[in-house]
Design a protein around this ligand. Sequence first.
Ligand code: PEP
Ligand code: MG
Length: 578
Amino acid sequence: MKSTGIPVNRGMALAPARIVPPWPIFSDEKREFHTPKARQIASVQNAVSRLSAFYTESANNFYAIGDNIRGDIMVVHNAILHDHSLQEEIARQIHDDYALESAVLRAFRKYSVTLSAIDNEYLSQRVSDLDDVASRLICAIIGCEFPDIRLGEQPVILIAGDIPPSVMAGLHPGQIAGVVLTASGKTSHSAIIAAGLGIPVVAGCEDAQNLVADGEPVFLDGHTGALHWELLPREVDAFSLMAQRNDRHMEQLSHLAGQPTATADGTPVQLCANGQDAVSCKEIDRCGCDGIGLFRTEFLFLGRRVPPSEEEQFFLYKSVVEAMNGKPVVFRTLDMGGDKIIPCFPTEEEANPFMGYRAIRMYLDREDVFTPQIRAILRASAFGTVRIMFPMISNLEEFLSAKGHILAIQKELTAQGVAYDPHIPVGTMIEVPSAAINADILSAHADFVSIGTNDLTQYTLAVDRLNVAVSYLYNHFDPAVLRLIRHTLHAAAQNRKPCSVCGEMAADPLAIPLLLGLGLRHFSVSPGSLLRTRKLISLCRIDSCQKLAADISQATSAKDVVGHIHRWIPEAYAEWVV
Ligand code: PEP
Ligand code: MG
């Protein structure tokens, strides 16, 4: 059996499937008016007893195999479950008319907020235990299975509808051979994090999680997006050979680690990486690159009840800057909203979150968010080469106002005698069509621009980048998107400002020659794509790419564009476009 989704990260893997059950999303606002309150409280008590039996049994099992650490954790969780004040708070919330799951969530959240406000690392780390117990208790009350993605030694291929980015970020790369996210778009942040681990990742694949049996061997082809299961013995042999050949390919790429990036005719190209945490930085270091073209700072804020302090942010940013040893690091200010839900900055529910109060729009209103972040980035700039970039800018006023905040904070730091780079370049992302159309105006004021093709494609084509139902429309080869990219590159060049592409398009083998032909010389790609992008660039000649870009300017559809590219592809290049 086979299902084909959208390739997100290349590579091949043959490994047992691990089906991840749907992650429960609970509401903390749901009201309940019909069930008698006494009956609701009784169901909580019932669930507490069942969950407590589970904790006791698990603890005994862990102790029996000598795993005291996990045994002790089960005992601690059982103690949290039986905490009187928590149970009283749940009852209070029920009396306030909240439905059971909302009541539990609200009671645990109250506790978490108190705990995380305590300036004690051990205690603040217990917040995740509270979340864990709360989720299990809600599952026990409403009778849903708790999603468990604890992994063993043997690498597995995770198959899930979606996995929250913060959960994905916690998984260990050695335990996962591949990832299939059936309900996620190609540029969802879970997919991007998984791709950063350098393993094959595919989005879509219908409802593979309901068709594949947990534990059965499956073959994931990150080049074509195909997932194969119910494998016959001869298929297992054939796929195993293919995976080995792919490994050899990867081996060839490994020789490019640390090499400069240039086209076949010797034109130098700047190849940077997109980073977000220590894991991605390790991969970046292994491959070598010209800097970090996009550091997504929001990952430090995800899954937190309290935002990271200025000190914590400074520590992370400084370590990234130092690790890059003088090469530039572009820190993008907090890009919250859309699919990046940041619990420590709750917002009103919106009908259209992607078009709503997000990213720079919220940032400019929240001094408590931008001041510590900008201070931390500026302080880190004293330790290397740092740039600041704003996401989601839609007009010049927004950019100037954000830049004004930086100037004010720079003055404050100077007055306090704190070191920072006074000439720090400040740039903008081009990911909203209005910004692309006005790229001449924006690039006149910005020190650099970077095209975020993930969002630019979404907003230009009015297609939600996470919505599988409309993913057939989501295509960065659409002539409308290409025209905006061409215009932005031209406008930035006119203003003599560097322009990069940091969306997923920069690593798409079919897009690379076209982007080079359009004049792009600064690429920023996910760490897992660095070496392949370097290889592909080395196979392109600028004159031939320019001819391709000229031919494509007359194309009438994405299909037409892709057809042109396929006809252009030289033999040596085709080998890498599986
Ligand atoms: C983009 O939109 O292309 C981009 C790089 O930003 P993000 O994917 O984080 O929204
Ligand atoms: Mg974006």
